[in-house]
Design a protein around this ligand. Structure first.
Ligand SMILES: Cc1cc2nc3c(=O)[nH]c(=O)nc-3n(C[C@H](O)[C@H](O)[C@H](O)COP(=O)(O)OP(=O)(O)OC[C@H]3O[C@@H](n4cnc5c(N)ncnc54)[C@H](O)[C@@H]3O)c2cc1C
Length: 436
């Protein structure tokens, strides 16, 4: 099997790069071992939300100019970041998911614990709030759950929101909608996880012609005259947030959904929309297979072997490695060493374990291991035993030089580096075909 591009890892970074390659007409395959971090993520895209002093960043594109040269944003440049985000927004729209932003500014998004987090791109229905004055115009907040759903706790969320100026004076209405009111049949308590609940609602409620009206009446009754109604994200596994829009029209209420404990449906919707878009563009997605190793010649990667087909190498002229961080096993560690497990690429991390983390592990400061990752050139090519691999590019959380949690930057880094890697390949592929 021979491709123009093999993308290893089907998360946000890998799929953005793969869609860009497929869109440019390259024969592209994604090989992905398992679910990506998107199944845990909010479904919003953080670009750069938290500064060095831990304060919220209002203008992310201006703030990234100050970052050190090792940071992925400095390697791809501000223009690639903006172009990548525009491309991503268009591709998601083509797959049925509308994303919105507030121009150059970050907005606030609510978490299920009632925290406000800075984000730049949010799904419609996620109810973005002004970042620095989130409670503007909101005096009454209704937080409504579906009775028995344990992965969302209205009281906990209200307690979190009350920590913010503006919300501390607001009135909170906490209520449950009974499953009997919605005519849904949950056979056992374990069914009430977000994914199963969404499937049950689809089967029992939304299959009825007046299903949406039943839900809107229940919501209206529970929420009263709230200025903001928060519900857990349990209404749809795929597609956009038409249901929230319809509910707003029917009730006249301002409604926002928040991602719950995993699985996070907004993140899963984004993952499935990306895969759908990639396939629409003619890409091949090999789900559940794992790249084990590669064959190198003259500082170029020529082919990879996978767990399901170890005797059948898959070759390509170019490759993108987007296997994620420790979370997705793109990086690995034993007691004394950090490594990149597929190709043995050079990892930027100190040898001494003492320098991996702060001794006071839980005191809220960033730990060094958060910015460990693969060392790359300015064009995102990695090194292997000190030698640059010219036709391999790295993207997303596998990269070194940034701290996704501390900066709130992971979505933007994944998208911009996936986009940048794909563009490098598109620009060089005619020469590459002659040499590998
Ligand atoms: C709990 C959590 C919440 C988050 N919330 C947000 C948020 O609100 N906003 C935001 O912007 N970002 C968020 N993120 C981050 C974001 O989703 C990811 O960091 C970002 O998507 C990085 O994507 P990635 O593609 O680099 O890696 P990943 O999403 O980790 O994907 C890597 C993929 O590679 C596959 N893989 C690994 N090794 C191999 C191999 N050898 N062969 C084949 N496949 C392999 C994995 O199975 C996985 O599918 C969150 C992350 C986590 C963990």
């Amino acid at each position: 099997m021979n491709y123009d591009v093999i993308v290893i890892g089907g998360g946000l970074a890998g799929l953005t790069g793969a869609i860009r390659c497929a869109d440019a007409g390259l024969k592209t395959v994604v090989i992905s071992a398992g679910e990506s971090a998107l199944a845990f993520a909010s479904g919003a895209i953080d670009v750069f939300g938290i500064g060095q002093d831990n304060s919220f960043v209002e203008y992310p594109f201006a703030a990234i100019r100050q970052l050190p040269s090792i940071h992925p944003y400095q390697k791809v440049g501000a223009a690639s970041l903006q172009q990548g985000l525009t491309f991503f927004t268009e591709q998601m729209a083509a797959a049925g998911i509308q994303l919105s932003n507030s121009g150059q500014q970050n907005h606030g998004r609510l978490t299920a614990l009632g925290a406000i987090r800075p984000a730049w791109l949010s799904q419609e229905g996620a109810g973005s709030l002004p970042l620095l004055a989130p409670a503007e115009g909101i005096r009454r907040v209704a937080i409504i759950n579906i009775a028995g759903f344990r992965d969302f706790q209205p009281a906990l969320m209200a307690a979190g929101m009350k920590q913010y100026p503006g919300f501390s004076e607001a009135e909170f209405i906490l209520a449950d909608i009974k499953t009997a009111t919605l005519n849904i049949n949950t056979r056992n308590a374990y069914e009430l996880r977000s994914l199963e609940l969404a499937r049950t609602l689809k089967r029992d409620l939304f299959s009825q012609p007046n299903g949406i009206n039943i839900l809107s009446s229940a919501l209206q009754k529970a929420a009263g005259n709230a200025d903001l109604v928060v519900i857990p994200s349990v209404l749809a596994v795929e597609g956009g947030n038409d249901l929230i829009r319809q509910l707003e029209t029917l009730t006249g209420l301002r409604i926002c959904e928040v991602a719950t404990l995993p699985p996070s449906l907004p993140g899963m919707r984004m993952a499935s929309a990306l895969k759908q878009r990639f396939r629409q563009l003619g890409g091949m997605f090999l789900k559940g297979d794992q790249v084990l190793c590669g064959c190198f010649a003259e500082n170029r990667l020529c082919s990879v072997k996978t767990r399901l087909n170890p005797d059948m190498p898959i070759s390509a002229s170019h490759f993108i490695l987007a296997t994620g961080s420790f979370f997705s096993q793109g990086l690995a560690s034993d007691r004394h060493h950090l490594s990149e497990p597929v190709f043995g690429l050079d990892v930027d991390a100190p040898d001494s374990r003492d320098q991996w983390s702060d001794h006071r592990f839980m005191d809220g400061k960033p730990h060094n291991f958060s910015h460990f990752g693969i060392h790359t050139s300015a064009q995102l090519n990695p090194y292997r035993n000190g030698q640059k691999i010219h036709n391999l590019y790295c993207a997303g959380a596998v990269l070194n030089g940034f701290n996704p949690v501390q900066e709130a930057s992971s979505g933007g880094v994944a998208i911009s580096t996936g986009w940048f890697a794909a563009n490098r390949i598109i620009a060089t592929i005619p020469q590459a075909e002659e040499t590998c």
